[in-house]
Design a protein around this ligand. Structure first.
Ligand code: GDP
Ligand code: IMO
Ligand code: MG
Length: 429
């Protein structure tokens, strides 16, 4: 049985959390390998709704969950999320959740710097979640980051804070923002250290043993291919690699551990924050998708920009991400729309393109070439078998498969865990 890696195939919020929760019933371990609490994954299980940011979606099924070294962890956000879950009756202790001892910490100045830079950018802002994700990854690459294991070594922690504050206070002062005091930060970190260290371990060893014993590992991606720092719509991206290859480096396993790659895509497109969006709809149809799909950011509450399905972009994501099968979500949101459009190419300054080129001006100028599809009147909402789907919906799904070059192996027709149609089990593939 192979492992499975789930990644977003658009600009995030495709329903990764729902799909991971669903697949987790077939897995032994669920692993987050990149991103941080910029992610927001909503799971609906009957009358309960869980909103997860850092904690892998496997915890809801009581599956052993791991936060890998590639994740950036805000200690206070982490503990607050555990408290929130406990408030919902889901107590997550170290027997259920393990945290990599080499994961990078997000500290308060990272969020402050993120927000101060965004304010300084004005209209040119990226539209980040303001949670310090970018600055924390910068520190990691610059080799000055504080990592989980440092919490157990107060002398190291203090010395690292010196270096970190020399850097950050200079930047923050230059941006006219408040600076930070070492003594305060040190005592705040030491105060939360015991609670965090309960979860910490070299997770690569546990994962290695699980793999050797033939356990099924499910890797849960955050964000999406078009937000990947190398392959996405740079600079309007997040600060990590979101493609499936990142699952290995971000958890401490070899590339063969990645297994089957399942890309998640909505039956239309959404995006939060700034940046190019060729199929964006700013008209009544766009507003309809937003309302019907309840398209508000889980993390920031911002309304998501909405548009038609972009097959050019998803095909690019399929190739970049190594996606072997696609889970198509929110098909129900298209119910009742008389005519649907799908982008099959772009025109940029009069020239035809079969992909989104790298140039920032070219990306901004990309005009979609659409093909039109008949909508459906019989609802797909809540459908749990292929036989329940109206013919035009089946035709739409089949056309998407053809255009993006990957089979649709799972369909989602509602937010609830069970509003799911499985055509091919990725673990059995
Ligand atoms: P993620 O970040 O990829 O995990 O996605 P989010 O959880 O941020 O956003 C997806 C939203 O759509 C959540 O509120 C889900 O509950 C909801 N959702 C997921 N799948 C479906 C579906 O098939 N139909 C509908 N109507 N809602 C869905
Ligand atoms: P999930 O896992 C949608 C977007 C932000 C912004 C850009 C950079 O729920 O799909 P960052 O704070 O990461 O530096 O912001 O990336 N972004 C997301 N958009 N879903 C997400 O996560 C996102 N995480 C980051 O809106 O445009
Ligand atoms: Mg989300």
């Amino acid at each position: 049985m192979p492992n499975v890696t789930v990644i977003g195939a658009q600009w995030g919020d495709e329903g990764k959390g729902k799909v991971v929760d669903w697949l987790a019933s077939r897995a032994d371990i669920v692993v987050r390998f990149q991103g941080g609490h910029n992610a927001g994954h909503t799971l609906v299980v009957g009358s309960q709704q869980y909103k997860l940011s850092l904690v892998p979606s496997g915890v809801v099924r009581g599956k052993l969950s791991v936060i890998g070294n590639g994740v950036v962890v805000d200690p206070w956000a982490f503990l607050a999320e555990l408290d929130r879950l406990a408030g919902q009756g889901l107590v997550v202790g170290p027997e259920l959740l393990r945290l990599s001892d080499t994961a990078t910490l997000i500290l308060p100045m990272h969020g402050a710097l993120d927000r101060a830079r965004e304010a300084a950018r004005g209209d040119g802002r990226i539209g980040t979640t303001g949670r310090g994700i970018g600055p924390a990854y910068e520190d990691k690459v610059a080799r000055r980051a504080i990592r989980v294991a440092d919490l157990a070594e107060p002398a190291v922690l203090e010395a690292k804070l010196d270096e970190l504050l020399r850097h950050h206070n200079t930047l923050l002062a230059g941006l006219g923002a408040e600076t930070y005091d070492k003594g305060t930060l040190l005592s705040e970190l030491l105060a939360v250290a015991p609670r965090l260290l309960r979860f910490a371990e070299p997770v690569w060893r546990r994962l290695h043993e699980a793999k050797a014993a033939g356990r099924r590992i499910l890797f849960e991606g955050a964000q999406a291919v078009m937000l990947d720092v190398d392959h996405g719509t740079y600079p309007y991206v997040t600060s990590s690699n979101t493609v499936a290859g990142a699952a290995a480096a971000g958890s401490g396993l070899g590339p063969d551990a990645v297994g089957r790659v399942l890309g998640i895509a909505k039956a239309y497109t959404t995006r939060v924050g700034s940046g190019p969006f060729p199929t964006e709809l700013t008209d009544a149809t766009g507003r309809h998708l937003g309302e019907r799909g309840r398209e508000f950011g889980t993390v920031t509450g911002r309304p998501r920009r909405c548009g038609w399905f972009d097959a050019v972009m998803v095909r690019q994501a399929v190739r970049l991400g190594g996606i072997q099968g696609l889970a198509l979500t929110k098909l129900d949101v298209l119910d009742g729309i008389p005519e649907l459009k799908v982008a099959v190419g772009y025109r940029i300054n009069g020239q035809a393109f079969d992909h989104l080129p790298a140039g920032r001006q070219a990306q901004a100028a990309a005009e979609p070439v659409f093909e039109t599809h008949e909508g459906w009147t019989q609802p797909t909402s809540g459908a749990r078998s292929w036989a329940e789907l109206p013919a035009p919906a089946i035709k739409y799904v089949k056309r998407i498969e053809e255009l993006v070059g990957a089979p649709v192996t799972l369909l989602s027709t509602g937010a609830d865990r069970d509003d799911t149609i499985l055509m091919q089990d990725p673990f059995a593939a």
